[in-house]
Design a protein around this ligand. Structure first.
Ligand code: NAP
Length: 246
């Protein structure tokens, strides 16, 4: 039987790459996105061509009503959930701490932290009721270790929260056979940098990474799929750096 996987933020970048690899690996998919319907539909078509049953769940992970609606859709269409990739996330424009505003911090933490936690909660409630375990992978960032001074301290702090949430949740649900891990990508070639007005960061930082290049969304997706898989059956509560040594 194909497992049911929810990927948040699946219309672009790492989420889209992971959705396609998951379809090829035998998962059926609930694909969340916020705004780019055309891109989400393209991912859905590609995943269906790889043999997956796919539903699209438009919704803002920062909005609790949208989360409720998303899981109602999953309940109605699939009636279960076996795996979750908490991938939706944002950075903001480069700023120093002295430039941060309450609005910016609210948005950052509502999406990257509270959305991640509430979606994990809904998935865990269903996995516990099903009684057959499950797997969750949260998207952290190397920023959670580095702090991102002078650029994205708020983003780094939000991802550090994801790291310790991963550990706490994993301990809580390990007795249910639910594994919870995180990946910490470094500089990965997606549009997230351009959205932050910092597309040139890849050229600036890439050569200084020990592996001397930025990573690809496919390379992160491979690590996520591994952590979801039975090959990682004894791995929980860990955070895997996918950062070229940075
Ligand atoms: P991306 O290319 O900007 O894609 C972001 C995805 O998340 C899009 O599908 C977007 O949907 C969705 N999204 C954004 N806000 C959302 C919201 N409020 N509700 C629902 N969906 C939302 O980003 P990425 O580079 O693939 O990053 C994916 C994850 O990896 C993020 O958590 C990011 O922090 C983390 N990460 C990335 C890097 C990197 O270098 N790329 C490094 C470390 C960590 P729409 O476009 O449809 O709105």
């Amino acid at each position: 039987m194909r497992k049911i996987l929810l990927v948040t933020g699946a219309s672009a970048g790492i989420g889209a790459a992971t959705a396609l690899k998951a379809a090829a690996a035998g998962y059926d998919l609930a694909l969340n996105y916020r705004s780019n319907t055309d891109a989400a539909e393209t991912v859905a078509v590609q995943a269906r061509n790889l043999g997956a049953r796919v539903i699209l769940c438009q919704g803002d992970v920062a909005n609790p009503d949208d989360i409720t609606a998303m899981f109602a859709q999953i309940d109605a269409e699939f009636g279960r959930i076996d795996a979750l990739i908490n991938n939706a996330g944002v950075v903001d424009q480069i700023a120093r701490v002295t430039d941060l505003t309450h609005d910016r911090l609210r948005r950052m933490f509502d999406i990257n932290v509270i959305g991640t936690m509430l979606i994990a909660k809904e998935a865990v409630l269903r996995m516990q009721a099903q009684g057959s375990g499950g797997a969750i992978v949260n998207l952290s960032s190397a920023a959670a270790r580095l702090g991102s001074a002078n650029t994205f301290v708020d983003y780094a702090a939000s991802k550090a929260a994801v790291d310790i949430f991963t550990k706490g949740l994993s301990d809580e649900v390990a007795p249910d056979g639910i594994r919870v891990n995180a990946v910490r990508p470094g500089i990965i070639l997606t549009d997230i940098h351009a959205k932050a007005g910092a597309a040139d960061r890849i050229d600036a930082i890439g050569p200084n990474i020990p592996l001397q290049r930025a990573g690809t969304a496919d390379e992160v997706a491979d690590s996520i799929l591994f952590l979801l898989s039975d090959q990682a059956s004894y791995i929980t509560g860990t955070t895997l750096d996918v950062s070229g040594g940075r």
